[in-house]
Design a protein around this ligand. Sequence first.
Ligand code: FAD
Length: 395
Amino acid sequence: GAPHVVIVGGGAGGATAARYIAKDAGEAINVTLIEANPQYTTCFFSNLYLGGFRSFASITHGYDTLAANYGITVVNARATAIDRQARAVRLADGSRVAYDRLIVAPGIDLIYDSVPGYSEDATGIMPHAWKAGPQTQLLKSRLDALEDGQQIVIVPPPNPYRCPPAPYERASVFAHVLKAKGHTGSRIIILDPKPKFSKQALFSEGWEKYYPGMIEWYGPDVHGGIKGVDPAAGTVETDFDTFHGALVNVIPAQRAGRIARDAGLADDSGYCPIDPASMRSMMDENIFVLGDAAIAGDMPKSAFAANSQAKVAAMNVRGDLIESKVFPARYANTCWSLIETDDSVKVGAQYAPTAEKIASTSSFISQTHEASEVRKTNYEESLGWYAGITADIFG
Ligand code: FAD
């Protein structure tokens, strides 16, 4: 019969790969997509949901089109192990799915105890909302319930993590919600383990312009280091002080999803090394790793990047199995961040493989003091991007 490609993880990377292989190979390759959840809520644009710009339904997508229009077998189950010797994936019910090529795209796992005192249990009190779904809804309900004068504390993660500008876009939409309600007595305190952050000059300018005095960012040279959180007390302790938040958003450190690490696909960094020319695992020639779980050189961990990497992997999988032509790999990324209504900034790059890594070949970033029309155009561009990429991922 036709060769079989199995994909673990139906997110931005995995679902794109499934769709491109099925679309371009037709019946020459059988494609099975294994995804733990029946629906996928995008982390991308989840900050817009928090800010009241988007509904939850508008950022939630299903797998019906991939099954109906592309002949992909969608298995709604958790993969529990990869048997690399036998080339098979084990599912939670004990069944096995054999593969000729495997694509592993499980996204990230959160290292809860990277922040002392934080735990999976504590996520019900101090939501991370770094995997979208119930956590995002909890964070929004807590945000919407705040009263004037109450304080928010955000603890961003250390590098590397999914979506570098997102903690700061999140602070912006929090401020947008508070300001719109006239809660100008509230403060948003960001206690960052990093000395600097993505698009810092742009965010700082925007915060001063739209939310004067509302957002305070402190790096480690000011707070001395994050010592831990006390979920019951609602506090974050640093070397020099204790901060109380009516809402505390803790975003812990991250690493590749467990299935990839358990299969021996990750290195000591917790992420998976890949061949920059193909996204093929450096640990196993029958496996490709994409998206947040992979070490993608200069590329950030983003949905745009995962979608771009998936197309390169899909092309190489088809080359392996049905000898279709393989072109040189090219990758791209753009990340938009909304600072206030109609004011969006962006950063992006093009990439090509070198022997060592996926390397940036050209890049761009929004400038401070830009005209408001430019920022509004950026926002409109981001809306078009979201519509386009979700159609490219889910059909
Ligand atoms: P994911 O999209 O997380 O998909 C992984 C999938 O694998 C999940 O559906 C999971 O259920 C499944 N899975 C995991 N393990 C298993 C298993 N063992 N068995 C079965 N299924 C499994 N990116 C942008 O490009 N633009 C943005 O504006 C943007 N904004 C963001 C804002 C926030 C607040 C956050 C947190 C992220 C944002 N991102 C953005 C980043 C983006 O969401 C991620 O980089 C992207 O989702 C990574 O894709 P992925 O396929 O690697 O992982």
